[in-house]
Design a protein around this ligand. Structure first.
Ligand code: ADP
Ligand code: ZN
Length: 612
């Protein structure tokens, strides 16, 4: 590539994109000009272009350090498809290929080199590199230098050496971890004090956040998945046991589901990951061991059947959905037992008091999110220091408005009913009592003679369940230690003022059932637009294009999205370009891909319109 290339031109010609997204343009210009930078962008925000384009615009090879060896080959392959001269050096690459790569490096025949930190820092690598023109160093997953984070990699600390050995080469560190402490640590450890910090918005507008009250997780999850057959997704569960159990459930319901957790054999795990990446429509049921290194762009949903550890973790996990910018869903079910369970994990962990306090603080933020009466996205973004001025219109709170209601009276009734039934029953039975139900259990226990029997008809069952869940999360009710679901009253300090009427309580309740139906009809404007776009694409044509892509990808041994993203196929199907020129105008179709696949795509298009 020439050293005089214009970044905007490269964006269009090589990558087929019309415009930079967010701060990409500023970052690219800054780095092309020789500046170093720290780039904070959410997953799917478009970090790669921030170093790929400067590497193409500056003389020499761009060196990309990444800890995710499994992904390097796909990235290299995707670049090659776009006509970029790229290669990788890491432990998975044989000596012969490495020798070839070095040869290409010496003859100036490489634009981008992906390398693992171990190789970069090992045996004379840097000395050899110093003899070549280097366009830039990109340090991906830069939060791996943070000793506080979960992804700490000691070898990342040695990357500080790049600042001394290559003082004139710009260094770009990139991460999706945004908290200020990690940010400061990266600047310090990677010596980026003279660099600029770029922060992209952490909003992911194409992700719809849906938080559900858990009553029957299995049934709820299956209902959620039912409308999503054939889509790729991740279901996160807390433990290996839950992972195994739900993978079986999903398979029984006809889903192409596979399990993934740290207790599996390496080989089985690698195979699961590979299937997920290469095939479409696979649902992975996983613990959080399944995470880093998934850059599949067309993950359509991420479902949590247990609470994540923190809002940061939640954001990272859900961020794996919809990297391609198409509509995606982050779904979560949580129940009354979840928060106390997490509290117990913290209390009983061997951590220091300080660490426990930090963890408890994180848990509080998470509770604030799941118990929210306001737009989920506003709360999420506020947590990352960003303000969203208007409610988003694309989360459950916005789409299915419940009310922040004064629940003082029902809450008092709930507490008395728990107390009067002997503080040993779960919410189900207590709600039956409040509603005056005629169950066998109530009859046998004689609970219809209690003063609280039938006094709670102002709420429906779902609303009572919501209320019990929130009272439990807030500590007014406490589940029994054995985990049987029985509830007792929380501490006197908390419950007494409420019972005496000295304290009022406002919470969000699910809308009454009749209203819930009505609200389903009004999706938000943004979501509607995206749906319309998808509907415009002719379904048969789209599936013909996908079939073509699948066969092509298989013959080349690459994942389908390396050929074209879903997004590109959707646009092709919607616009039905008739000429190569028109096809070249579509997002994701750069010059190399146009030359390689243009004619084939046009003939798929013709085949469809001709054959009807
Ligand atoms: P990250 O590394 O930040 O998670 P990627 O670099 O993988 O994100 O980019 C996410 C997706 O967005 C990719 O599919 C990429 O092709 C696409 N993308 C990035 N920048 C642009 C842009 N300016 N216009 C259109 N699509 C873009
Ligand atoms: Zn919202």
């Amino acid at each position: 590539m020439t050293s005089t290339a214009d970044p905007g031109q490269v964006l269009r010609d090589v990558f087929g994109y019309a415009a930079f997204r967010g701060p990409q343009g500023d970052i690219v210009r800054h780095v092309v000009g020789g500046g170093s930078a720290l780039v904070l962008m959410p997953t799917g925000g478009g970090k790669s272009l921030c170093y790929q384009i400067p590497a193409l615009c500056r003389p020499g090879v761009g060196v990309v350090v990444s800890p995710l060896i499994a992904l390097m080959q796909d990235q290299v392959e995707a670049l090659r498809q776009a006509g970029v001269r790229a290669a990788a050096i890491n432990s998975a690459i044989g000596p012969e290929e490495t020798t070839e790569t070095w040869h290409a490096l010496r003859t100036g025949a490489l634009d981008l080199l992906y390398v693992s930190p171990e190789r970069l820092l090992g045996g004379g690598f840097l000395a050899r590199l110093a003899e070549l023109p280097v366009a830039l160093f990109a340090i991906d997953e830069a939060h791996c230098v943070s000793q506080w984070g979960h992804d700490f990699r000691p070898e990342y600390l040695q990357l500080a050496a790049l600042a001394e050995r290559f003082p004139d080469v710009p260094r770009v560190a990139l991460t999706a971890t945004a908290d200020p402490r990690t940010r400061d640590e990266i600047v310090e450890k990677l010596r980026l004090q003279d660099g600029r910090i770029f922060v992209a918005s952490f909003d992911r507008p194409n992700i719809r956040y849906l938080v559900r009250d858990k009553d029957d997780t299995r049934r709820q999850l299956l209902a959620f998945l039912d409308g999503r057959r054939g889509e790729a997704g991740i279901v996160y569960a807390r433990s290996r046991g839950r992972v195994e159990e739900f993978a079986v459930e999903l398979r029984a319901a006809g889903h192409d589901a596979i399990a993934y957790h740290a207790g599996m054999e390496n080989q089985a795990r690698a195979a699961a990951l590979e299937r997920f990446r290469r095939d479409s429509g696979v649902v992975v049921v996983a613990t959080i061991a399944f995470g880093m290194g998934i850059d599949k762009p067309d993950v359509r949903f991420v479902a949590h059947i247990d609470l994540p550890k923190s809002l940061e973790a939640y954001y990272q996990e859900t961020g794996r959905a919809g990297r391609d910018g198409l509509p995606a869903t982050a779904w979560m079910a949580h129940g009354p037992g979840d928060v106390p369970l997490l509290r117990r994990f913290i209390d009983e962990s061997g951590a220091t008091e300080l660490q426990k306090r930090i963890e408890r603080g994180k848990l509080e933020s998470l509770i604030g999110f799941v118990e929210a009466g306001t737009c989920r996205r506003q709360i999420l973004l506020a947590h990352f220091g960003e303000t969203l001025p208007e409610p988003c219109g694309n989360c459950d709170v916005c789409l299915e408005p419940g009310r922040l209601a004064d629940v003082t009276d029902p809450a008092r009734k709930a507490l008395s009913a728990v107390y009067r039934t002997g503080e040993r029953f779960g919410a189900g039975h207590v709600v039956d009592v409040l509603l005056g139900a005629q169950t066998e259990r109530i009859r046998v226990l004689g609970h219809e003679s209690l003063t609280v029997y039938g006094v709670g008809k102002e709420l429906d069952r779902a609303q009572w369940r919501t209320l019990f869940r929130q009272l439990t999360s807030l500590g007014f009710l406490v589940p029994d230690a054995e985990g049987h679901g029985g509830l007792r009253l929380g501490s006197d300090d908390l419950t007494r003022p409420l019972l005496r009427g000295e304290r009022r309580l406002e919470l969000r309740l699910a809308p009454a059932r009749a209203e819930r139906r009505k609200d389903r009809r009004g999706p938000a404007a943004a979501a509607r637009m995206q749906a319309a776009e998808a509907a415009e694409a002719d379904a048969d044509l789209l599936s013909a294009l996908k079939t073509w892509r699948r066969e092509l990808a298989r013959s080349q041994g690459v994942p389908p999205y390396v050929v074209f993203h879903d997004r590109t196929l959707l646009e092709i199907a919607a616009q039905r370009p008739a000429t190569l020129d028109a096809l070249g105008g579509i997002i994701g179709v750069g010059q190399a891909k146009l030359a390689r696949y243009g004619t084939a795509v046009l003939s798929v298009l013709r085949g469809q319109s001709g054959g009807g």
